[in-house]
Design a protein around this ligand. Structure first.
Ligand SMILES: *Cc1c(COP(=O)(O)O)cnc(C)c1O
Length: 219
């Protein structure tokens, strides 16, 4: 199967209301163009420099989504055009996004990345840290940021019960945080190539799929 066929097959399998982020990191612009020509508009990248150079040459109606850990000093590279930063994992990053978005007179959508997985190496707020930060009230003062919801990456394991445990956990956090925000807090982003059907069972409405569309990555 080519990119278009894989994309169409995945799209056909997603229930209405589940958004597909095509994770194109490490793939050449030709592959993104192929997905674009097949109708895909939302693309996910993990490195700011790579996103910026792809955005410069690809069609302007692409909805760029940052999914990888973002260093504060690199926010400025993507601030003029990025639509959603799905990997917001610290107060410093929130503040830098607010500052850069203000500079371009934009509002940037964000997802709060929560650390649920067993691996210590994964990024994201712990539940406690996030609750403390929200309680500080600082996020509510940021007028150039719109908090759309939460994102997590499940534990990397073949044990489906652990993946289900993680998805159940984040889905409970999503539900518990909702009353703190307005109606634009509507996005639960879980699910990647190997686990997105399970994520949908737990209420995911934004899956992030790379390998199953574009094939394996050459890092
Ligand atoms: C790379 C990546 C994905 C896509 O992973 P696949 O297994 O290739 O579908 C999704 N989310 C995040 C945060 C990623 O870094």
């Amino acid at each position: 199967m080519n990119i278009k066929e894989r994309l169409n097959r995945i799209k056909a399998s997603l229930p209405a209301g589940v958004e597909l982020v095509a994770v194109s990191k490490f793939h050449p612009v030709e592959s993104l163009q192929e997905a674009y020509d097949a109708g895909q508009r939302i693309f996910g990248e993990s490195r700011p420099q790579e996103m910026a150079s792809k955005a410069a040459v690809l069609p302007k109606d692409i909805v760029w989504t940052m999914i990888g850990h973002l260093q504060t000093n690199k926010v400025k590279m993507i601030a003029p055009f990025v639509s959603l930063i799905a990997s917001v994992d610290s107060e410093r990053l929130v503040e830098e996004i607010e500052k850069q978005a203000a500079k371009y007179d934009r509002v940037i959508d964000i997802l709060l990345e929560v650390h649920i997985a067993d691996e210590e190496t994964k990024s994201g707020w712990s539940e406690q840290e996030l609750n403390d930060y929200l309680a500080s009230g600082k996020l509510a003062t940021m007028s150039h940021i719109r908090v759309r919801g939460v994102m997590t990456i499940a534990t990397n394991t073949d044990d489906e019960s652990i993946i289900r445990r993680d998805f159940k956990h984040i889905s409970e956090i999503f539900t518990s945080l909702k009353p703190r925000f307005d109606a634009s807090f509507d996005t639960l982003s879980i699910g990647m190539s190997d686990d997105y059907p399970i994520a949908i069972e737990y209420g995911s409405n934004m899956v992030r799929i790379g390998t199953a569309i574009f094939g394996t990555r050459n890092y």
